[in-house]
Design a binder for this molecule. Sequence first.
Ligand code: TMP
Length: 209
Amino acid sequence: MKGLFLSFEGSDASGKSTQIGLLKDWLEAQGIHPLVTREPGGTAIGERIRSILLDRGSREMLPVTEALLYAASRAQHVGQVIRPALEEGRVVITDRFVDSSIAYQGYGRKLGRVAEEINAPAVDGVMPDLTILLVVDPGDMRRRRSAGEEDRIEAEGLAFQSAVREGFLQIAEKEKERFLVIDGRQPVDVIAEEIRRAVAALAGLNYEQ
Ligand code: TMP
């Protein structure tokens, strides 16, 4: 495939959206127009699945149902949006991808390998060239969003969020080549610069601060 596939991962409220916006602006200033998308979602079908997943009314949802729904959203996203864009040679930036399912469903919900197996047909061989993982303390999230604003997953307790964080760190440790692990507690502009450097190197762009 000719394009460049970048994913952003991290705990809830780790600053992903801010960094995605900054990277997009910087790429556009270089004359590159990335496709910015997200999971769950990124397609009309995926956005409908997203609302079922994040609805605080979906309280009785089983972990395996949850994993299958995230994977269903991903299958549609890969087939309808990500793969075609990469085949056209575009830069694709996604706010979350399969590593979120391994961390949240595999580690957080303790589905382990089942989360990986469920996701194999969804990903269908399309993996990011670079995954930017923003690491924050699980406690930070609770300081940044008030209880009423949290979605169903964010409303899980500190133990769940800690397991997710540990999951992300373990995945990154196993796949060092693909991951750029960043301390999300640093100032926004310091993080943005680290990301630009890595993306510039991958995309063959000159980067002077
Ligand atoms: P967002 O708040 O970053 O848009 O993500 C929505 C929530 O869904 C977030 O709490 C993380 C969670 N999630 C999973 O549990 N598994 C997944 O595969 C994905 C993509 C997200």
